[in-house]
Write a protein that binds this ligand. Structure first.
Ligand code: SF4
Ligand code: SF4
Length: 98
């Protein structure tokens, strides 16, 4: 592979490919914990959908339906913001695929 010279390299800290995270499956970033949905406690407030930075909460007809693990990076924000007691979303261990 031919190495690029400095004139060919894109400037640092600039994303030359905006929107790329729709194509890159951010779920591969998860490091051993994933949110698990407990539908029996959910009140469908959709706070999880509002706060999820990766648009990984699945909503159909205004109701929370689950998590798209292709894009969930396991940050845990949804479990913090979920207002129910007990929580409708909890972080749980997942087996890592290396
Ligand atoms: S853990 Fe983070 S990325 Fe995954 S669904 Fe919750 S808020 Fe979204
Ligand atoms: S934040 Fe909790 S209660 Fe609200 S929709 Fe999401 S899972 Fe359901």
């Amino acid at each position: 592979m031919k190495k690029m010279g400095w004139k060919e390299l894109p400037p640092g800290a600039i994303n030359p490919w905006p929107g790329n995270f729709m194509e890159v499956k951010t779920g591969t970033f998860r490091g051993g914990l994933k949110p698990v949905f407990h539908a029996e406690h959910c009140i469908h407030c959709l706070f999880c959908w509002v706060y999820c930075p990766d648009n990984a909460i699945i909503v159909e007809d205004g109701k929370m339906k689950g998590i798209n693990y292709d894009y969930c990076k396991g940050c845990g924000i949804c479990t913090v913001e979920c207002p129910t007691d007990p929580k409708s979303l909890t972080m749980e261990k997942e087996e890592q695929k290396l």
